[in-house]
Write a protein that binds this ligand. Structure first.
Ligand code: DP6
Length: 356
C-alpha cells in the first residue's frame, strides 16, 4: 500500500467515544536515522510488550465552530504543555483523515508505568491515540478490513513517533522495507508472521531502571545526528543485514545466535551516539556493571539471557519464560542494587493493542 491508500473520504460527523490501550515496545534491531516524513533509514524489529502501556480515551464531538480543536488530559490533569507536540501530529495526519476537521476532541491519557522511569512513552501514546482515531474512522466507513485498520493505525502512529508504528500489533513487529518480509513497508509496521518460533512468545523483559531522569538528548536529536554521521551508511547496511539474519533466527529459535545479534544492535546504537558530532554517552557506570553481571551469569548458569538498551541508561533483560524463577532471583540479589532506588519493572512480550 502507498500513502494515497490511506487518504480517507470525508464523512458527516457523529458523536463517538472510544478507549484503547497500546503497549510500549523494545527494539531488537534499532531504528536510528530517518528522513521526512518519518521514514526510517533502515528496517527495525521489536518485541511488543504487555504491561508497560498507555491507555487513551477519546471523546469525539462534532464541532459547532467548524474548526478542529482538542483538549488533552494526562493522569486526570489538563496538560496544555503537551499540546504543541499533538498539534504537530494532527497537522501531519490531516490529509489522511479529512473527516477529523469536523471534530472537537477530548483526549484523556495515562501510563501504566511510573512517569519518571526513563521509559519513553511516545510509542505507546501515539499508538493508543491513533487506534482511537481509527476506531471512529471504522465507524464512519464500516467496510474497512481488519488489516487496513491495523496498517493505517500503524501508519498514523508512525507520523507521531517512528517507533510507535511497532506498538499496534504483536508479539514481534517489523517496520521498514526489507527483502526478508514480503509486503514490508517504510510507512507502517507488520507482524512477524505465523512462522515465529514459539519460544519468542514467552520472552520476558525486565527493565532495570538505572537512571529515571529526563534524557539529555531526545531521540529526534539523535536521529538528526545520523545525517552527517561518518558511519551512517555502514550502519544502515548493517542493520538491514542484522534484520535478515535475526528473522531467520526467530524462525529456527537458535538462542545463541539471537543473543549475538541483539546485544550487537544495542551496543551499535550506543556506538553511533558516542561517535556522532556532537558526541554523547547515555550509558552510566551502572549500565556497564549490569552488562558485566549478565555476561558472567550467562557463562556460569548456561541460561540464554541477554540485554538490550534503548536511547538511555536503562537495561532491558530478555530471556525465555522457562528461566523466570532463576533469573528473577539473580535480578533481585545481584542487579537491583545497580538500579535507582532499587527499582525495576517486569514485563513480557504481548499480543498488541486492545480496545477497552
Ligand atoms: C533508540 O521513535 O522515539 O528507541 O521517530 O523521532 O519519535 P521519533 O523517534 P523514536 O526513536 C526510537 C529510537 C530507539 C530505537 C527503536 O525504538 O527502534
Amino acid at each position: 500500500m502507498d500513502e494515497n491508500s490511506f487518504i480517507s473520504k470525508a464523512a458527516s460527523p457523529i458523536t463517538h467515544h472510544s478507549c484503547w490501550e497500546a503497549p510500549s515496545n523494545i527494539a531488537l534491531i534499532k531504528y536510528w536515522g530517518k528522513v521526512d516524513p518519518q521514514l526510517p533509514k533502515n528496517p527495525s524489529l521489536s518485541f511488543t510488550l504487555s504491561t508497560s502501556l498507555t491507555k487513551t480515551e477519546v471523546e469525539f464531538h462534532p464541532t459547532t465552530s467548524k474548526k478542529f480543536d482538542f483538549s488533552f488530559f494526562f493522569a486526570g490533569e489538563s496538560k496544555p504543555e503537551f499540546k504543541p507536540k499533538l498539534e504537530k501530529f494532527f497537522n501531519r495526519i490531516a490529509s489522511y483523515t479529512p473527516w477529523l476537521s469536523d471534530y472537537e476532541l477530548k483526549i484523556k491519557s495515562e501510563n501504566s508505568f511510573p512517569h519518571s522511569s526513563g521509559i519513553a512513552s511516545s510509542a505507546s501514546a501515539m499508538a493508543a491515540l491513533s487506534l482511537n482515531l481509527m476506531d471512529l474512522e471504522r465507524q464512519l466507513f464500516p467496510d474497512m478490513t481488519a488489516s487496513f485498520f491495523h496498517q493505517k493505525a500503524s501508519f498514523l502512529a508512525r507520523l507521531g513517533s517512528g517507533s510507535a508504528a511497532r506498538s499496534v500489533q504483536g508479539p514481534v513487529t517489523i517496520w521498514g522495507k526489507n527483502e526478508s518480509l514480503n509486503q514490508s513497508s517504510d510507512l507502517y509496521a507488520l507482524p512477524f508472521g505465523t512462522d515465529l518460533n514459539p519460544v519468542f512468545k514467552t520472552y520476558q523483559d525486565c527493565i532495570l531502571l538505572v537512571d529515571k531522569g529526563v534524557k539529555t538528548v531526545t531521540s529526534s536529536q539523535g536521529h538528526e545526528l545520523m545525517h552527517k554521521h561518518p558511519f551512517a551508511e555502514q550502519r544502515f547496511l548493517q542493520a538491514t543485514r542484522n534484520l535478515s539474519a535475526l528473522m531467520l533466527i526467530m524462525k529456527t529459535g537458535n538462542l545463541d545466535a539471537f543473543i549475538k545479534i541483539v546485544e550487537l544492535e544495542a551496543l551499535t546504537l550506543h556506538a553511533m551516539m558516542m561517535t556522532s558530532n556532537p558526541y554523547f554517552i547515555l550509558m552510566k557506570a551502572n549500565t556497564l556493571a549490569i552488562i558485566e553481571k549478565i555476561w558472567a551469569f550467562r557463562d556460569s548458569e548456561k541460561i540464554p539471557i541477554c540485554f538490550t538498551l534503548d536511547a538511555g541508561a536503562n537495561v532491558h533483560i530478555l530471556y525465555p519464560e522457562e528461566f523466570k524463577s532463576k533469573v528473577n532471583r539473580f535480578i533481585k540479589e545481584e542487579l537491583a542494587s545497580f538500579c535507582q532506588n532499587g527499582h525495576y519493572l517486569k514485563d513480557q512480550v504481548g499480543e498488541g493493542a486492545k480496545k477497552v
